[in-house]
Design a protein around this ligand. Structure first.
Ligand code: SAH
Length: 344
């Protein structure tokens, strides 16, 4: 049976008209689905019982369910989320003093092959549906209220998958999250993180969504980046930079560069110089991400001195740099550790 959440408001309206119902019924149902995140047609209490039964004969709702919930000692919650076809993704709640961030997945597995990332070891099975992405956000909002007494404040597309490879559904899910008559999230609190597909970065810039963009750079030396992230051979850094400049000129939003510093891989002055040259070409800041080992023996977090060297030189060059400490590492909920380990 078809999920009623695949229908647009217009399609829902047409559906109710075809049933001989008033068009405003569509808005009522839409509100249950996208504002209240209701997962049961039966519970749409402002519709008559007959109408609810009629809808249920034709449509279903396929919600995500929490298969396993793990809590980290630092408050991070990792949800192993089951989709209607039994596949699993992971969605993480990351609390700080003042905010709650939802780290959501956009694909089951990933088709990219970043050597340092655990998700890359999973085959890409399929893209997530719009409702499956929105459900993760609604789930974490409920958990934030339950465990931290406050609503969700931020969303990052930094879970499993490459958001740009599920472009259409990611964009539609953002529209649903930010719809003032729906969830009403501020787009400024949503970050799309990408490994860098120039054509898609330009497309997203044209959507006028007002979300933030993060680009997983990790090395500004072309040859090195291609070794670390083999798929990136198809996308030269100059082309990526042009798309980032396009992003900035269209949105006025600076770009965040995500960057891990690994021992004996990208911890030299030469790496830093290349990064500075890269950053200088577009308004941006650098997030130095603490590396979460995935047990491959090749990638290791750099030592303290190398990290401090990065910070010092970037700051000297006038570039804003933040160190993003890892969260949820004890439950494999941290960046690049999402690989359904619990379900093996
Ligand atoms: N595919 C998207 C979003 C998912 S990954 C992207 O590449 O941006 C989110 C971030 O975690 C990326 O910056 C990625 O490079 C980083 N990451 C992947 N594995 C990691 C690991 N083991 N430790 C720390 N960060 C990691």
């Amino acid at each position: 049976m078809k999920d009623i959440r695949t229908l647009s408001l217009e399609q829902l309206t047409q559906y109710f008209i075809s049933l001989g119902e008033k068009p405003f019924r569509a808005k009522q149902v839409y509100d249950w689905l996208w504002s209240k995140n209701l997962h049961s047609i039966e519970e749409m209490t402002n519709l008559s019982k007959e109408l609810r039964e009629k809808i249920a004969q034709e449509y279903t709702i396929n919600p995500i369910t929490v298969d396993e919930l793990q809590k980290s000692t630092d408050g991070t919650i990792k949800n192993g989320v089951k989709l209607h076809d039994g596949l699993l993704v992971e969605s993480v709640l990351i609390p700080t003093e003042t905010r709650t961030t939802a780290c959501v997945s956009s694909q089951v597995g990933c088709s990219l092959n970043c050597e340092f990332c655990a998700t890359a070891r999973l085959k890409r099975m399929r893209n997530l549906e719009v409702a499956e992405i929105v459900d993760q956000v609604a789930l974490i909002d409920r958990q934030s209220k339950l465990y931290f007494d406050r609503p969700l404040s931020n969303i990052v597309f930094m879970g499993m998958g490459e958001p740009m490879m599920n472009y259409k559904n990611v964009v539609e899910s953002i529209k649903k999250m930010t719809d003032p008559t729906g969830m009403g999230m501020s787009p400024r609190r949503i970050t799309v993180s990408t490994s860098g597909i120039p054509k898609m970065i330009r497309m997203l810039a044209d959507e006028n969504l007002r979300v933030k963009l993060a680009f997983s750079l990790h090395s500004a030396i072309e040859k090195k980046r291609n070794e670390i992230m083999p798929f990136s051979g198809k996308f030269p850094l100059t082309e990526i930079m042009e798309s980032l400049q396009y992003w900035y000129s269209n949105t006025g939003n600076p770009i965040t560069f995500e960057y891990c510093v690994w021992k004996n891989i990208n911890d030299t002055d030469e790496d830093i110089k290349a990064l500075i040259r890269f950053c200088k070409q577009v308004p941006s800041k650098v997030n130095l991400i603490q590396y979460n080992p995935i047990g491959d023996g090749k990638y290791d977090q750099c030592n303290k001195e190398a990290e401090e060297n990065y910070v010092r030189q970037l700051e000297k060059a006038g570039i804003t740099v933040l160190i993003r400490r890892s969260r949820g590492g004890d439950i494999d909920a941290a960046c690049g550790q999402l690989a359904n380990k619990s379900s093996d």
